[in-house]
Design a binder for this molecule. Structure first.
Ligand SMILES: [Zn+2]
Length: 263
């Protein structure tokens, strides 16, 4: 066999050397493939889930924001339903949404304000829940910078500033100031706890809020990513298209992951 394979060789004495070279080359090629395969396994391509078109209000075209680069303009516009707000991305202190409305909600009796589009979708969501015999009690909508400051100071007085910072946004760092966030409650008189997740309303929201354009903003298990504790009562409007897209990926997908926000 050996002789036949190398019968073409004019110098048979060199054949073993050539086999060794061949084995060597094969070894290095295999090793290179193996390294590439291992690299690909540990560095999978991120899915392209960032909004790239459509939407109820505008046509966003967010690109993943590489570390250190500023966010695309529509994610920093506090008057956009796509705005991204977290502990590193504040809202200007004097910002007030341009289209606040005061729809009547069967909840606190207080005037609750939201931007027009989320308000309209919230009304539809409350009606849909009601058909399923679930009552959604709206506890909070738009909150001005000054009022958020009062809320934060109250909570800080109870918990200390560090702990308060995990369960309530500091003034100037709240989606509530953008008129797109809603807090629900079991009753209209007290702030909600994580037990809300186990109520009929909490379960209904978790399952259906995306159909009306709302997302669970601070999901369970994503505390390190969002910087906040699990808040099953805090939903934020982003429009039906992206809320549903996010829900399909995972009901617990954070906005940070969806927008590919680097810390
Ligand atoms: Zn909230």
């Amino acid at each position: 066999m050996y002789a036949r394979i190398f019968a073409m060789n004019t110098n048979e004495r060199k054949s073993p050397f050539r086999i060794n070279r061949l084995v060597e080359i094969l070894f290095f090629v295999s090793a290179a493939f193996l390294i590439l395969a291992v690299y690909a396994f540990y560095h999978p391509q991120k899915p392209d889930v960032v909004p790239s078109g459509g939407g109820e209000t505008a046509a966003p075209s967010a690109e993943p924001s590489p570390e250190g680069t500023p966010l695309p303009a529509h994610l920093t516009d506090p008057d956009s339903i796509f705005v991204f707000v977290d502990k590193n991305h504040p809202v200007p202190q004097d910002f007030v949404p341009s289209d606040l409305v005061s729809p009547y909600f069967n909840s606190t009796g207080e005037i609750i304000q939201l931007k027009a589009e989320p308000a309209e979708h919230l009304k539809k969501m409350i009606a849909a829940a009601s058909k399923d015999k679930v009552q959604l009690v709206v506890f909070c909508g738009y909150v001005s910078y000054q009022t958020q400051d009062e809320y934060f100071q109250d909570r800080a007085a109870m918990l200390g500033e560090a702990e308060a910072g995990k369960v309530i946004e500091k003034p100037g760092y709240s989606e509530h100031q953008c008129g797109i966030a809603v807090d629900f409650s079991s009753n209209s008189t007290s702030a909600t706890t994580v037990a809300y997740a186990d109520t009929d309303a909490g379960k209904w929201l978790y399952e259906h809020a995306h159909e009306y354009g709302f997302i669970l903003r601070y999901p369970k298990g994503k505390e390190q990513i969002t910087g906040y504790s699990y808040m099953p009562w805090h939903y934020r409007y982003i429009g039906e298209t992206y809320a549903s897209m996010m829900y399909e990926i995972s009901p617990d997908l954070s906005l940070e992951e969806f927008y590919d926000i680097k810390k």
